[in-house]
Design a protein around this ligand. Structure first.
Ligand code: SAM
Ligand code: SF4
Length: 459
């Protein structure tokens, strides 16, 4: 696979770090410095529980130092489960004859969006199976994005549509950019070439380099917020993380910019897939927590997304280990947000989800842990994307914006959508943080943006 030196990764995986090595790496991370791949490999070799605890504490520190107390909230919107590929872990694979195929019409997409707006959502991740790529299909995606942006519920609108779609040409990426997408997201699934070829046996997804190229094409088309990741369960997770860091190194060297976000979805049972229920490389919760924390330290300024594939209990822990964005109340099938939808049965889902809490319950549990659930989309609206965003994130300045905008958008959520108990808890948190850091953050911002209208809707 392009950019991935498997022999080098395999030799790095043999490293056994000393306690001294780990302490000196953790000292470096205190200064919010990105780690080298060798240093990440050393962290992966740690088994001593005291050192693992130190890694956890440092991951929490780094997350807070870069992003502050906010956790960004979003939800996926599946528009089609029609797919021409045969990924043997996925419920939408073309060979799965059990799934009823459904491509939402534009009025149906608007209806789903309205349901999400009524709950208080502002950010959507639009997801689709890989419909054979023709001119007509890019037009469908563009119309779908426009439809999502066009709907309102009272004052509430979707303000950022991120997309998770198959690779496409630079020209088509330009069309997505013109339609005002936020992040373009695509997961490599596995960076191990032999494994990749084993799991992707039909359609355009059989070519691993075509998939890697998607990020290059997106950058070349001017999309500067991209999301990458891999699917846990296909191969050794320690290999995958080092390979993904190699991919990031290539992107930073070539474009001066790495990914905006990283996702590490764990394989879940999926209809029609025997492998998904019994993966050869399962990862335990302890290994998963360590992986998230090491990722946070390896690329301190890149967002880490956690989906509802994980349980409520584990997600509540992971926000303390470096996660910065999470989905809430997700349905992973087209039409799934409609109550009693036949498309939301076990057979129709792409995979099983394990956190079934409502958006309000997720908000409550974040508030309980003193995090600020954030519905902010300000960076996207103020063109703080790509390198501009990273220039603020790398030195830990973005948190001054994030903290204030998170509080402003949380207040709007509480005023308009929250249940009584959530309102009481949320207003109390806002009061606490207003006295603790609001003025400090505002002063920091005044020096950062001398000419900015600080009294904007968001900053
Ligand atoms: N079809 C597009 C693609 O494959 O890139 C985009 C959408 S696909 C629905 C989104 C992601 O779901 C995939 O990239 C894969 O990592 C993940 N996925 C597929 N099957 C899964 C399973 N059984 N458990 C967890 N995640 C899965
Ligand atoms: Fe299709 Fe994506 Fe599922 Fe593969 S992972 S079968 S490309 S929807």
């Amino acid at each position: 696979m392009k950019h991935i030196d498997e022999a080098k990764i395999n030799s790095l995986l043999k490293i056994k770090a000393t306690k001294k090595d780990i302490n000196s790496i953790l000292k470096k991370t205190m200064h919010l410095k990105k780690l080298t791949i060798e240093e990440s490999a050393k962290l992966l070799s740690v088994t001593d529980l005291v050192l693992i605890k130190k890694i956890y504490n440092m991951a929490a520190y780094v997350k807070n130092a870069i992003y502050g107390k906010r956790i960004v909230i979003f939800t996926p919107l599946y528009i089609s489960n029609i797919c021409s590929n045969n990924c043997i872990y996925c419920g939408f694979a073309v060979n799965n004859k059990l799934t009823i195929r459904k491509q939402l019409t534009i009025p149906e997409i608007k209806k789903q969006t309205k349901i999400l707006l009524k709950k208080g959502h502002k950010r959507i991740l639009m997801v689709s199976g890989e419909i054979n790529f023709s001119k007509k299909n890019i037009d469908y995606y563009i119309d779908a994005i426009k439809a999502i942006y066009s709907v309102n519920y009272k004052e509430n609108r979707i303000e950022r549509v991120n997309v998770n779609l198959a690779p496409m040409s630079i020209n088509n990426f330009k069309k997505l950019k013109k339609a005002h997408i936020g992040t373009y997201q695509i997961f490599q699934e596995t960076y191990h070439e032999k494994t990749y070829r084993k799991f992707h046996i039909a359609g355009t997804k059989t070519d691993p380099n075509n998939r890697l190229n998607a990020i290059d094409n997106a950058f070349k088309a001017g999309i500067d917020d991209v999301g990458i990741g891999f699917l846990l369960g296909l191969y050794d997770h320690r290999f995958e993380i080092l390979a993904m860091l190699m991919h990031i190194e290539y992107l930073e060297k070539t474009y001066g910019l790495g990914p905006h976000t990283i996702s590490i979805p764990r394989i879940e049972p999926a209809p029609g897939s025997a492998y998904a229920s019994n993966p050869r490389y399962p990862i335990t919760d302890s290994e998963f927590k360590k992986l998230v924390a090491i990722l946070r330290l390896s690329v301190p300024y890149t967002g880490i997304i956690m989906s509802t594939r994980e349980t409520a209990n584990l997600r509540d822990i992971l926000v303390n280990l470096g996660v910065s964005q999470m989905s809430a109340e997700s349905k992973v099938t087209p039409g799934g947000y409609e109550e009693n939808s036949i498309h939301n049965t076990k057979l129709e889902r792409q995979f099983s989800i394990n956190d079934h809490r409502s958006l309000d319950e997720v908000v409550q549990s974040l508030i309980l842990q003193k995090f600020i659930p954030s519905f902010c989309t300000a960076c996207y609206h103020k063109n703080r994307t790509g390198k501009y965003f990273m220039n603020l994130a790398k030195p830990g300045k973005i948190k001054h914006l994030c903290n204030i905008n998170a509080l402003i958008t949380l207040k709007a959520y509480l005023d308009n959508f929250a249940r009584h108990k959530t309102k009481i808890m949320g207003y109390k948190l806002i009061k606490k943080y207003k006295s603790e850091f609001y003025t400090h953050d505002l002063n920091m911002l005044k020096t950062l943006f001398k000419n900015n209208k600080i009294k904007d809707k968001y900053i």
